[in-house]
Design a binder for this molecule. Structure first.
Ligand SMILES: Cc1ncc(COP(=O)(O)O)c(C=O)c1O
Length: 419
């Protein structure tokens, strides 16, 4: 049988990479990364566009450098992410910090030219006390949000992200008190947002811009949907952006202010650029009325999204050698942690319910390729739980080679900092 995964890995490549690097193994595809970056750079805009990669999605320096080379800037969510981007060679003035927690070295980062969006009234105060007289951005919670799940909705009254939109006057008072100038309005309403809500928020944000005469840039955040599964639908950037462009034009003809647009996609840029090659390390069943389980050598230590959100990822069985075609089987795919929530096939949106998946009948030693793991997997997992070392990352580069871009974590690294 010659089974190909739906995205970028062939069966032969899967076996070859597993033999060369072991499993579990993240494999990124440079061609996909570049293609996605190109699509975001073509986002409709009236008076200029900056695309920022939300590096929290997958912060390996090789990925940051590919995007930097293509002209993308960086959205950082902590001072530590800023340091990581700087260490990767990203220029300070290409990095924008919008964080829930301010770094202790905020003043130093501001002096280097890192852009800063205050996400609370207290953050305006802190920045003003540290460096009075500077230009900053303000992240507002526009009063509504939208996410693929409730946990990824970061707008509206149930969200702590950004300055509540009704406190614009208090924000203005603080700016004045510290002689700060607001030059950017920033908003981000969630991951996997409904495109129509995203568009409505753009209009609400333009209203907010009216209050701040020095604002030259409106940053609309990220949140564009990506179809990992065939049944899901990706956001069409041209479609979602066209009315926003028209709104910027209408705003300019009314006010004379030609605003620059910023967007900050994470998921859109990387989600479908990576797969994990894992191995079926055991096959279990729970009797006639029970389930068939494939136990993988990966799980929430590498891909937490199913356990956290009930997220769905394509799962493709690759037999460990060529052979006759396998029949289909209904199986529950689980991870390697001693944790009942470590499951790759929850019901959609319900991490606590099991949803058997139709896959090829697998044997111990076969591979399972987990697709759509480029965003919030390597960067957001229960790394080192049960003392599993962090998995290596490989990039299938434009020249056709497989570059090791992160080594497998040495086991003693896990306890190296213990005193
Ligand atoms: C401020 C900000 N911008 C951009 C993003 C990227 O979102 P996504 O990966 O859904 O595009 C996030 C994600 O949480 C965010 O918090």
């Amino acid at each position: 049988m010659h089974l190909e995964t739906t995205r970028f890995l062939t069966a032969e490549q899967t076996r070859g990479l597993a033999a060369a690097h072991g499993t579990p193994l993240y494999v990124y595809d440079e061609k996909t990364l570049r293609q996605r970056a190109g699509e975001t750079l073509a986002f409709p805009n009236a008076y200029g566009l900056t695309v920022r990669y939300a590096m929290k999605a997958s912060p390996n320096r090789r990925i940051l450098r590919i995007f930097n080379e293509m002209g993308l800037h960086i959205d950082a969510s902590s001072g530590f992410e800023v340091s990581r981007a700087l260490a990767a060679g990203i220029p300070a003035n290409h990095i924008s910090l919008s964080a829930q927690e301010l770094p202790d070295n905020l003043a130093e980062l501001l002096d280097m030219g890192v852009l800063f969006n205050a996400t609370s009234l207290n953050q305006i105060r802190t920045a003003g006390e540290a460096r009075p007289g500077i230009e900053i951005g303000l992240r507002f919670n526009p009063g509504l949000g939208s996410g693929g799940t409730n946990r990824t909705n970061v707008g509206g009254p149930a969200s702590s992200f950004g300055i509540w939109h009704e406190y614009a006057e208090e924000a203005q008072d603080l700016l004045q008190k510290h002689n700060l100038t607001c030059v950017r309005i920033h908003t981000h309403i969630g991951s996997g947002s409904d495109p129509s809500v995203w568009q409505r928020v753009a209009l609400l944000s333009l209203k907010q811009v009216r209050r701040f005469p020095d604002v030259h840039t409106l940053d609309m955040g990220g949140g564009f949907k990506v179809a990992r599964m065939q049944s899901e639908k990706s956001t069409d950037l041209q479609e979602v952006g066209a009315p926003v462009k028209a709104a910027f034009e209408a705003f300019a003809s009314e006010t004379g202010r030609k605003l620059r647009l910023e967007i900050e996609p994470g998921t859109y840029l990387v989600a479908n650029s990576a797969s994990i090659i894992s191995r079926v390390q055991d096959v279990i069943d729970t009797g006639e009325d029970g389930y068939l389980f494939y136990r993988l050598d990966t799980g929430m230590t590498d891909v937490l999204r199913p356990s956290l959100y009930g997220a769905q990822h394509p799962l493709v069985v690759i037999p460990r050698s060529e052979g006759p075609e396998r029949p289909e089987a209904e199986a529950i795919l689980v991870g390697h942690c001693c944790e009942s929530g470590d499951i790759l096939t929850p019901a959609p949106g319900d991490p606590e319910a099991l949803a058997p998946r139709s896959v090829s009948l697998a044997e111990i030693g076969d591979y399972v390729v987990i697709e759509g793991v480029g965003a919030y997997c390597s960067s957001m997992s229960t790394r080192n739980y049960n003392s599993f070392p962090a998995s290596p990352e490989v990039l299938l580069n434009a020249a056709g080679g497989a570059e090791l871009i992160r080594k497998r974590q040495p086991l003693d690294d896990i306890w190296a900092l213990e005193a």
